[in-house]
Design a binder for this molecule. Structure first.
Ligand SMILES: Nc1ncnc2c1ncn2[C@@H]1O[C@H](COP(=O)(O)OP(=O)(O)OP(=O)(O)O)[C@@H](O)[C@H]1O
Ligand SMILES: [Mg+2]
Length: 418
């Protein structure tokens, strides 16, 4: 019930199980529709036909989930005692939300005093309900910590893979985050060249290992490019077949997100199903365009679709204009692009033939390229923003561009020790 409106929670929830006990089809429908909310991608949601008495009986036999939600039509003096019985049958730490028929501040206070996380009144608003569950789970389990960043372009060849690789490298090497870079392009992937590795598997095999929960074989498919940056050591899937479904791909992502706090997905050259699945659930989206009219037009369309996928919000979508200057006078000017997209560009990366194509051809990390200094500085802010943790900026500000402490800093800290 919480008299005050709670702040919108915009984070991927940790793995959790929730069970709802209700006899009301509307509540059940609202609850089930929340499963499509990207924040709930790792939450198992189960609806049982029953009331608090059924819940008491059920948990006398089965292990309780992380959160139980019970709907009751009867809020009389006996109800708190029934909740006590329910608590006795549950694991310690199981959270509870009660849905009741009437607004009652005294009852709300009494239930919260008993440890109930919230008391809500039916009929439920989907957004409020989802946010309330999210808040309860975060309070109980803490943030999952893992951030999923989707990189996409409305047109081929605009530099999505280059920007995804740069973002992942900056996240790992400059910001010190344990990062996974996943190229969704299967047979069309260029990552083994860009990151210079000998592939040991195919995307198809990796997805299968994730689906079959073969942890050992899955781990062997991961290549640690550096201490902090890992990639899937895959290539060689057939180019003209599509053997990978979006569900399997999501299973693979989920496994990665248990281990890696930052997962960057390169969505260039993959199927629309995978694009859609990842764009819907990503914490943030990097949409790459060039200043060519064809690219700007396509970006406008894609932006609208991405917005719809993400609950009519482009709040966490950033647009990067890449290769500015490549096509000279035929390019659409920046101000006009922003007008057309009805959104500001977050960053502009110039056409730099001696940087990106060269890094790619040499299989070199962009953080190791001398010519990358200015671009790196610019992209660092963007990556901090995409990860959504502003404290990272401060940490990296204490370090040089290569992620090491500057010499003077090292000398001073050396002096302090003595
Ligand atoms: N800012 C830039 N300046 C110069 N060249 C660039 C820039 N960004 C990317 N490139 C180069 O452009 C080419 C296409 O880039 P990239 O492969 O990253 O695009 P993509 O959008 O992933 O393409 P695809 O649709 O084929 O997956 C590459 O050779 C890359 O090195
Ligand atoms: Mg690509």
């Amino acid at each position: 019930m919480g008299a005050e409106k709670k702040a919108h929670i915009s984070t991927l929830l940790p793995q959790a199980r929730i069970t709802l006990f209700t006899q009301d089809d509307t509540t059940r429908g609202t609850f089930e529709s929340i499963a499509d909310d990207w924040r709930f991608a790792r939450v198992k949601m189960d609806a049982q036909d029953g009331d608090v008495n059924d819940a008491i009986r059920f948990y006398a036999e089965y292990e309780s989930p992380d959160l139980i939600i019970v709907q009751t039509d009867n809020i009389d003096d006996h109800f708190p005692a029934l909740l006590e019985d329910l608590a006795t049958n549950c694991r310690e730490g199981t959270a509870a939300i009660v849905i009741g028929p009437v607004n009652d501040v005294n009852l709300y206070r009494q239930l919260v005093g008993m440890g109930v996380s919230d008391y809500l009144v039916r009929p439920l608003d989907k957004e409020v309900f989802a946010n309330d569950i999210a808040g309860t789970l975060l309070e109980k389990l803490g943030e999952s910590g893992s951030r999923l960043i989707a990189c996409v372009g409305a047109k081929g060849g605009v530099g999505v893979s280059s920007m995804a690789q740069a973002a992942a490298t900056i996240s790992a090497e400059t910001l010190g985050q344990k990062t996974f870079l996943l190229d969704a392009a299967a047979g069309w992937s260029t990552l083994s060249v860009g990151m210079d590795f000998e592939p040991s598997t195919t995307m198809q095999e990796a997805v299968q290992a994730a689906v079959d929960e073969k942890q050992d074989s899955f781990s062997r498919m991961i290549l640690e490019k550096t201490d902090k940056l890992s990639v899937l050591s895959s290539a060689g899937d057939p180019m003209l077949e599509n053997d990978i479904d979006a569900d399997g791909y999501e299973t693979l992502l989920e496994q990665l997100m248990v281990t890696y706090p930052v997962v960057v997905v390169d969505l260039s050259a993959c199927t629309p199903e995978i694009k859609k699945a990842v764009l819907a659930r990503a914490n943030s989206v990097l949409l790459v365009t060039t200043a060519a009219l064809t690219s700007v037009r396509a970006t406008r369309t894609l932006l609208q679709e991405v917005k719809r996928l993400r609950g009519d919000s482009d709040e966490d979508v950033r647009i990067l204009l890449n290769m500015q200057g490549m096509a000279g006078k035929t390019e659409v000017p920046k101000a006009q692009i922003e007008e057309g997209l009805e959104k500001a560009l977050t960053d502009v990366v110039p056409f730099e033939p001696s940087l990106f194509p060269q890094a790619e051809a040499q299989g070199a990390l962009i953080t190791h390229m001398k010519a990358a200094k200015n671009t790196l500085q610019k992209l660092e802010n963007l990556v901090v923003d995409l990860i959504g943790d502003r404290t990272l900026k401060k940490e990296s500000a204490d370090k040089g561009a290569d992620g090491k402490k500057p010499l003077l800093g090292a000398v001073l800290s050396g002096l302090k020790k003595n």
